[in-house]
Write a protein that binds this ligand. Structure first.
Ligand code: ADP
Ligand code: MG
Length: 728
């Protein structure tokens, strides 16, 4: 019974760390396996190169003839790297990446064969991927899904396969993946932001959204992980008493990285370099065996692809080091969970970060415009933004006394708060020359200095301004960043579009000067979105009450939070910005609700199985040992028997109590599951799983964890927290 646990411990202790050698400089191997601009210059004709570049920069279509040329060159490049297969690489709504490999190899008759790859294979494929979630889209239209090349994210070689990043859509055009709506949202924010930039600089032609993610994760021994059915099947521990030592001493955070983890990181970073993922930072996180990895930020679509690719590679590299990566938001109770901060900004093709103040009053007004519009966008759409990060696993962080809370608020720091307060006092309508000068010199002119010492960081805020970017901290560690990035860019696009309409109206109808109009609109925005600004402690009960007074949503669970995704406002927002049709939005809602139900259902089955088939039999076994002991004592001590066997008898009774509780609760949980399964509405089913099934987890766990403290360690079947967290 407990043999697997002890075998795993023995094996893991005898594992010798792999030696990793980095023979080449990182800058020399960076992007070596990517068909990037540099490689394209070498392999493509001038026409083909320009055609791809135009597609990347301005979304121009690549014609068939050019696609043939690109495909042929891509193949030559790939063959030179020992590649045999190609795949359209995409991100279906399962959250994982998908690929179906085809060989370049083709027969040409007469017993001969060649390597072939044409434009049509590059541009479009029809994988028979009918088992991916579609939220009913494909049933409704009886159409197949196809993948189509996304030239804005370069092809890359992984192992012996050429991977071509693609979108995945239904034959009728509905998106079935994360990338399609993201590309549409990036396009929307580009259009809206470029229009607004023109108030300040006529030369701006394009605005790009940037993303720098910070990936948190746990690394535990592979064999120890394999000894736990809950980790294997759900990615987290459903049971387990906390270790005597956890993170109380803060001795892991930023400490020396343990050798095995360090070697894993170096090998992972080498793979990342080859694939052009610009990883830069690595360190220990707060919880034992928890770490973080962060790259230099990139264009958002590429950054999302890189994060998805990274999550996949991490698992493969870890395996070689006898490690398992846990990306789950809450793998262990009682210690910190993992998140994925999404650092976000907008920048122009003239090289200006729109969330970074500049040198002139005009550029600072531009900064303020984007800064205030972002805050306003979050204010108007806080519940939609919350819905974008909802998942069964992220519920363990949001709203569960863990950073950050389920209430969306924006932190901007004391200094910028003062700036906004001053702007609220701006005169309505035309401004006097004196007021303009005062504003430009002493209010917005001071912003760069203000930001220099804007060092106070509020780690409890889900959406914080950190000097030259906003940091969306509530994203889950396991999430595909595509979803939150789609929503954030869409709401900002919509906001900027409205802003432009309002400013233009003041200029045209009220005869205001451009800067006067901007000041006037910003003033009203600041007044109207004060409610979303919060500088205090986001964990406290006080904030929950205050947020309620302010009318902010506080959706602690996924079924509640997701409702905002299909509100009238959300549907028309995504429609208006051409990001998702009503059908697409509703399909996604259904897919995410179903995913929630299935996650809770699987966890419920696993916890039931472990409790009944692992824990209870172990407890009975130990109880029998105690009973034998008591019988023996009775033989020896006869009349004095009760005093010497008192403790054992108490233990026997205590164990019985826990066994009884476990069995009763598992039975009730299964009953609730049965009832929930019979509900046809996905909403009610999800709510039942959330409110009727899930609460049993804690109850059952409580008794199992108590038994862990009573039963002989020698026969305990589940690898313990201290072993999982402190084996390095
Ligand atoms: P921390 O938030 O941990 O203090 P930093 O402020 O240095 O760390 O940056 C964290 C992340 O923010 C990095 O991944 C970095 O690439 C990213 N970042 C920096 N500037 C931008 C930007 N303009 N747009 C998007 N991400 C950015
Ligand atoms: Mg950060």
């Amino acid at each position: 019974m407990s043999t697997l646990r002890f075998h795993a411990i023995k094996e893991s202790l005898s594992f010798k760390p792999l030696q990793i050698q980095e023979k080449e400089r990182r800058s020399d191997i960076f992007g070596k396996n990517v068909f990037n601009e540099n490689t394209m210059r070498q392999y493509l004709t001038k026409d083909a190169f320009e055609s791809v570049l135009n597609a990347i920069q301005y979304g121009k279509k690549i014609d068939r003839n050019m696609a043939d040329q690109v495909a042929s060159s891509m193949k030559d490049w790939a063959l030179s790297k020992g590649v045999t297969h190609y795949t359209h690489w995409f991100q279906p709504l399962t959250g994982a990446t998908a690929e179906k490999h085809d060989a370049f190899f083709e027969t040409i008759g007469g017993g001969m064969a060649i390597e072939k790859f044409g434009g049509s294979q590059l541009v479009q494929q029809e994988p028979d991927a009918s088992s991916f979630p579609s939220g009913g889209i494909r049933n409704t239209f009886e159409a197949r899904g196809y993948t189509a090349w996304d030239p804005t994210s370069p092809a890359f070689v992984y192992g012996t396969t050429l991977c071509i990043p693609t979108i995945f859509v239904a034959y009728t055009g509905e998106a079935l993946d994360y990338k399609t709506p993201l590309l549409r949202a990036l396009n929307a924010v580009d259009n809206a932001a470029t229009d607004v930039c023109k108030y300040f600089d006529k030369n701006v032609k394009k605005v790009t959204s940037s993303l720098g993610w910070e990936q948190e994760y746990f690394l535990i021994d592979k064999l120890l992980a394999a000894s736990r059915p809950d980790i294997i099947l759900t990615g987290r521990t459903l049971l387990g008493h906390s270790s005597a030592k956890g993170q109380q001493l803060d001795d892991h955070y930023f400490g020396a990285i343990p050798t095995r983890a360090f070697n894993f990181m170096r090998e992972l970073e080498t793979e990342c370099m080859l694939l052009g993922i610009p990883v830069k930072t690595r360190h220990n996180e707060v919880a034992p065996n928890q770490f973080e990895l962060a790259p230099i930020f990139e264009e958002a679509n590429l950054a999302v692809d890189h994060n998805s690719l990274l999550m996949d590679i991490m698992g493969r590299v870890a395996s070689r080091h006898n490690l398992k990566v846990l990306l789950h938001e809450k793998p262990f109770a009682g210690i910190n969970g993992s998140g994925k901060h999404n650092n976000w900004s907008l920048s122009t093709d003239t090289g200006v970060n729109l969330l970074s103040p500049g040198k002139t009053p005009m550029s600072n007004l531009q900064f303020l415009t984007f800064f205030v519009n972002t805050i306003k966008a979050v204010h108007e759409n806080e519940s939609i933004l919350r819905a974008a990060i909802a998942s069964a696993s992220n519920d363990h962080r949001l709203g569960a006394n863990e950073a950050p809370p389920a209430i969306i608020s924006v932190f901007i720091g004391e200094q910028l708060t003062k700036v906004l307060e001053e702007l609220e006092g701006v005169t309505k309508g035309k401004l006097s020359p004196e007021e303009k000068t005062e504003l430009k010199l002493n209010v917005i002119g001071k912003i760069p200095d203000v930001l220099l010492d804007n060092t106070d960081r509020n780690r409890t805020s889900p959406f914080a301004f950190t000097g030259n970017k906003f940091e969306f901290r509530a994203v889950g560690s396991m999430a595909n960043c595509g979803n939150p990035m789609t929503v954030l860019n869409t709401i900002v696009a919509k906001q900027l579009k409205d802003f432009k309409v309002e400013v233009d109206a003041l200029i045209e109808k009220k005869g205001l000067k451009k800067d006067e109009a901007v000041f006037n609109v910003l003033r009203e925005y600041i007044k109207s979105c004060r409610n979303i600004l919060f500088e205090g402690n986001g964990y406290g009960k006080a904030w929950e009450e205050e947020a309620k007074r302010r009318g902010l949503s506080n959706n602690k669970t996924t079924p509640e939070a997701l409702k905002a995704k299909v509100s009238k406002e959300a549907i028309s927002l995504f429609e208006e910005m051409n990001v998702m049709s009503k059908i697409e939005t509703e399909a996604r809602y259904e897919i995410e609700m179903e995913a929630y139900i299935m996650h809770i259902q699987i966890e419920s089955r696993v916890i039931g199985d472990i409790a009944r088939n692992h824990i209870v039999p172990t407890a009975v076994k130990y109880q029998n040992i105690l009973i034998e002991n008591v019988k023996g004592l009775k033989e020896i001590f006869d009349k004095n028997f009760t005093s010497v066997s008192k403790e054992q008898i108490n233990l026997i009774e205590e164990i019985s109590g826990h066994i009884e509780a476990i069995n009763a609760k598992v039975t009730k949980m299964i009953d609730e599951r049965r009832k929930a399964n019979a509900i046809s509405s996905v909403e009610d089913r999800a709510l039942n799983y959330c409110n009727k099934v899930k609460p049993f987890f804690e109850d059952i766990r409580y008794h199992c964890d108590k038994l862990e403290l009573l039963v002989d360690d020698e026969i305990w079947p589940l690898t313990k927290y201290r072993e999982l967290l402190f084996t390095r």
